[in-house]
Design a protein around this ligand. Structure first.
Ligand code: G3P
Length: 215
């Protein structure tokens, strides 16, 4: 399973890249708005820190505008994936961009039908937002299960990115279902490592080690 970091913060990307487990980064307009840096330089610097894809979102609405914006974003670095919200114009743009070899991450996906259309249009990635479904009392992980079944039925090559992750359980459930990728916020990434018994175990070993004679 690939792990992406869901952030536009350079320090967070540097830190997780240093763990040796980072396969890519996903940004969105909200995440970029939190950073006090010009957008172009921010994305270029993030893209320098990872070899995998860095998703950057288009904010245009009409298909031809989306295509023009995506072509510009794609020039920021060699590992850019353009994020496009799932709309009719988004699908039209995806078809055109995919034919040019540009990786599209179809985003704001909340249903299996949207994911089916994204794959048919040629999206390289699809991003269902499970946390936002959980927030309104739906079961986000059911959507992941459904999309994985649909993609398996027809051998679609579109990779599923589990997005809008809220806690470590989401990552584990996604892995158990066989999702290709989870995009994880920094705070959740830290929680994935921690276990109280590991901390207690280290402390006890260190205490006992002091009693060992090294002569
Ligand atoms: O980057 C897309 C997605 O992960 C956003 O998550 O927490 O704003 O629902 P959230």
């Amino acid at each position: 399973m690939k792990l992406f970091l869901d952030t536009a913060n350079l320090l967070e990307v540097k830190e997780i890249a240093s763990w040796g487990i980072l396969d890519g980064v996903t940004t969105n307009p909200t995440l970029c708005s939190k950073e006090n840096m010009p957008f172009g330089s921010l994305i270029r610097e993030i893209a320098n820190l990872v070899t995998g894809p860095v998703s950057v979102e288009c904010v245009s609405n009409r298909a031809d505008d989306i295509v023009a914006e995506a072509l510009k974003l794609n020039q920021l670095a060699s590992n850019i994936a353009v994020k496009i919200p799932i709309t009719i114009d988004g699908l039209k743009a995806t078809k055109i961009l995919a034919a040019k070899g540009i990786k599209v991450n179809m985003t704001l996906v909340f249903s299996p039908s949207q994911a089916l259309l994204a794959a048919k249009a040629g999206a390289a990635f699809v991003s269902p937002f499970i946390g936002r479904l959980d927030d309104i009392s739906h079961h986000g992980m059911e959507l992941i299960e459904q999309i994985l079944s649909v993609y398996e039925n027809y051998n679609f090559e579109t990779e599923l990115i589990v997005a809008s992750i809220r806690h470590p359980g989401h990552v584990v459930e996604a892995a158990l279902l066989g999702a290709d990728i989870a995009t994880v916020p920094f705070s959740v990434m830290e929680k994935l490592v921690k276990h109280p018994l590991t901390d207690i175990g280290i402390e006890r070993f260190l205490q006992d080690w002091e009693k060992v004679s090294l002569k």
